[in-house]
Ligand binder design. Structure first.
Ligand SMILES: Cc1cc2nc3c(=O)[nH]c(=O)nc-3n(C[C@H](O)[C@H](O)[C@H](O)COP(=O)(O)OP(=O)(O)OC[C@H]3O[C@@H](n4cnc5c(N)ncnc54)[C@H](O)[C@@H]3O)c2cc1C
Length: 513
C-alpha cells in the first residue's frame, strides 16, 4: 500500500487544531517551506486522494495542499486532463488561428491589401495546418507540463494510472483508492477524503463510430494534417458550432447539421440567430431541423444519412453530440455514491456526494460543463472537507463564452426567463454597430444586452456578442456577482472610444427615474 510517510492522522472531523504533520520526505519539507504550503492550522495532515487531474482535480489539489493536507492525484491521461489535452486548450488554440483569418474580412474596408492586389483588396490568407496542429499540440503539452511541475513543486504526489474507489471505510474511517498504475503495477492508497474529478468523454453514436481518420471526435481533430475539403459537423451545440466556425474560417467547406430550428439551441436567441447569419454569410451550409441517423465511411470520404432519408456527402465528419461522464467502473455506487440516470454523480452545492468523505467535481457531476465551474467545485470541495471558510457554488454568477467569431459571452439570468415571467426583469439591447470604436474597427455585427431587476435596478445578467466578448463580459460579471445597480455600472468612466462604452450606455438606458 502506498501512503505518504508519517502516522495516520485521525479522521478529518477530529483533527481541527492538530499539530501540523510533516510533509513526506526532506525534499517535500523544503518545498513546503519555500511555497508556504501548509499555512493553515485547520486539519493539517489530512490525507486527500484525488482521482482525475483536470481542472476539477488539480485546482482542488492545490487548495488541499495549501490547507496542509497530504495530497495524491491519480491521473491516467496527463495532468490538466481533457481540458488541457483535448478540449479547451487545443480547441481555443486552433480557434485563435481561425480568428485571425476572419479579421481579413474587414481588411479591404480598412484599406489593407497585399502586394500585387487591386486597390483596397486584401490577398487571401492560407492556414498551414501542419504548423497550426503542431502549435496546438505543443501548447497543450506545455500547459500539461506546467501544471504537473506546479503541483510537484507544492509537494503533491502525482500517480500515473487509473483509480477506483473501495466500497468500505476501514475502522479508522479511511477510504481506499485502488490504482492500476501506468507501468502495470497496482497500488492501494488510504484517504480520509476522496475527490472524484474524472471528467467526461465524447458521446459516440452506435451508427457513427469514429475511425480517427474521416469520422472524428473533437479529440481527434488535431491529427488532421490538411484542412478538410468538406467537413460535415453533426451537432450544433457549443462544440459543434465552435469547430464548424473555425474550420469554415480556415478555408474548409463546412456543413453544419442541426437538429433544432437554429444553431446553439438553449443559448440567447438573438445571439444564436446572429451567429447563424454570420456562418451562412461566410458560406457555411447550415441544415436546420435535420437529424443525423448515421455516418459511414465511403472510400476517401463520408456520407451522413439524415433521418428524413437525405444524404450529405463530405470528406470528413466531426461528431459533436455531447459527452458522457466517466463514472463507470469506478466503484462509486458500491461506495454509496449516488449516480443520476445520466450517469453523472449527484452532488450538493459544496460538492458532497451521498457517500461520507467522498466529494465530486467537474464534468462527472454534470452541474455545468465548464472548466471554470469544475475548478470552483474542486476548490469548494476541499475548503469544505478541510474545514476552511466556504460559500456554496453559485451558478448565477458563472460567465460562459462561445468561441465563435464573433464570440458570445453570457452571464446571469436569460431573456427567456424574463419573458416567461420567472424573473421581473427589464431588458435592453444595443447593437455594436452604433459604437464609435466598433465603427473604427469595422465591426458591424454584435450587440450588448443587459438585464436588470425591475424593482431595484440590480444588474441580473447580460449577453455580449462581439470580438473578444470573453473579455468584455467581465464588468457585467462583476456587477452581477457584487449585486451592483445599473446606475453603479453606468456611472463609472469608460475609455472613449471603446467597446465597453456600450456596456455603460446599455446600463444608462435601464436607469429608472
Ligand atoms: C471541445 C471542447 C472545448 C471546450 N472549451 C471550453 C472552454 O473554452 N472553456 C471552458 O470553461 N470549458 C470548455 N470545455 C469544457 C471543459 O473542457 C470541461 O468542463 C473541463 O474539462 C472539466 O474538467 P474536469 O476536471 O471535470 O474533467 P477533465 O478535464 O475531463 O479531466 C478529468 C481527468 O480525469 C481522468 N480520469 C478519468 N477517469 C480516471 C480514473 N479512473 N483514474 C484516473 N484518472 C481518470 C481523465 O483522463 C481526465 O484527464 C470544452 C469542452 C470541449 C469538449
Amino acid at each position: 500500500m502506498s501512503t505518504p510517510s508519517g502516522p495516520v492522522p485521525p479522521p478529518a472531523t477530529e483533527t481541527a487544531g492538530a499539530a501540523p504533520a510533516a510533509p513526506s520526505g526532506r525534499r517535500d519539507q523544503r518545498r513546503a517551506a519555500e511555497t508556504g504550503a501548509g499555512a493553515s492550522p485547520v486539519r493539517e495532515g489530512s490525507r486527500v486522494v484525488i482521482i482525475g487531474g483536470g481542472p476539477g482535480g488539480y485546482e482542488a489539489a492545490l487548495v488541499a495542499r495549501q490547507l496542509g493536507a497530504q495530497v495524491q492525484v491519480v491521473e491516467r491521461q496527463g495532468m490538466g486532463g481533457s481540458a488541457v489535452l483535448t478540449d479547451v486548450v487545443p480547441s481555443k488554440t486552433l480557434i485563435a488561428t481561425a480568428e485571425w483569418m476572419t479579421l481579413t474580412e474587414q481588411a479591404g474596408e480598412l484599406g489593407i491589401g497585399a502586394e500585387g492586389e487591386g486597390e483596397g483588396e486584401a490577398g487571401a490568407l492560407r492556414a498551414d495546418m501542419d504548423v497550426v496542429d503542431q502549435r496546438v499540440m505543443r501548447l497543450a503539452e506545455k500547459q500539461s507540463r506546467d501544471i504537473r511541475n506546479r503541483l510537484e513543486r507544492e509537494g503533491i504526489e502525482i500517480i500515473a494510472g487509473s483509480g477506483r474507489i473501495g466500497a468500505h471505510m476501514d475502522a479508522d474511517a479511511n477510504r481506499r483508492v485502488f490504482v492500476e498504475t501506468a507501468d502495470g503495477g497496482r497500488e492501494e492508497l488510504a484517504a480520509q477524503i476522496v475527490l472524484v474529478a474524472t471528467g467526461a468523454t465524447p458521446r459516440m453514436l452506435p451508427t457513427a463510430e469514429p475511425d480517427g481518420e474521416r469520422i472524428l471526435t473533437w479529440a481527434q481533430m488535431y491529427n488532421l494534417t490538411d484542412i478538410p475539403e468538406h467537413l460535415v459537423v453533426v451537432g450544433s451545440g457549443v462544440t459543434g458550432a465552435e469547430f464548424a466556425g473555425a474550420y469554415n474560417a480556415l478555408g474548409a467547406e463546412v456543413t453544419l447539421i442541426s437538429s433544432r430550428d437554429r444553431v446553439l439551441p438553449g443559448e440567447d436567441e438573438n445571439a444564436a440567430e446572429l451567429i447563424e447569419g454570420v456562418f451562412t454569410r461566410r458560406g457555411m451550409h447550415v441544415l436546420s431541423r435535420s437529424r443525423a441517423a448515421g455516418v459511414r465511411r465511403v472510400g476517401d470520404g463520408v456520407e451522413v444519412e439524415l433521418t428524413d432519408g437525405r444524404v450529405v456527402a463530405g470528406s470528413h465528419c466531426l461528431v459533436a453530440v455531447g459527452g458522457v461522464p466517466n463514472t463507470a467502473g469506478l466503484g462509486l455506487e458500491e461506495a454509496g455514491v449516488h449516480l443520476k440516470p445520466s450517469g453523472h454523480i449527484e452532488v450538493d452545492r459544496v460538492s458532497r456526494t451521498r457517500a461520507p468523505r467522498v466529494y465530486a467535481a467537474g464534468d462527472c457531476t454534470g452541474v455545468l460543463p465548464l472548466a471554470s465551474v469544475a475548478a470552483m467545485q474542486g476548490r469548494i470541495a476541499m475548503w469544505h472537507a478541510l474545514g476552511d471558510a466556504v460559500a456554496p457554488l453559485d451558478l448565477a454568477s458563472v460567465a460562459a463564452n462561445i468561441f465563435t467569431a464573433p464570440e458570445i459571452a453570457t452571464i446571469g439570468v436569460t431573456q427567456k426567463a424574463i419573458e416567461a415571467g420567472e424573473v421581473d426583469g427589464a431588458i435592453t439591447r444595443l447593437p455594436l454597430a452604433r459604437n464609435p470604436r466598433a465603427k473604427m474597427l469595422g465591426i458591424k455585427e454584435g450587440f450588448i444586452k443587459l438585464f436588470s431587476d425591475r424593482p431595484t435596478g440590480t444588474v441580473l445578467g447580460g449577453v455580449v456578442v462581439a470580438p473578444r466578448a470573453s473579455e468584455l463580459i467581465y464588468p457585467i460579471t462583476i456587477a452581477v456577482a457584487q449585486r451592483l445597480t445599473v446606475d453603479q455600472l453606468a456611472n463609472v468612466f469608460t475609455i472613449y472610444p471603446s467597446l465597453t462604452g456600450s456596456i455603460a450606455e446599455a446600463a444608462r438606458t435601464l436607469h429608472r427615474a
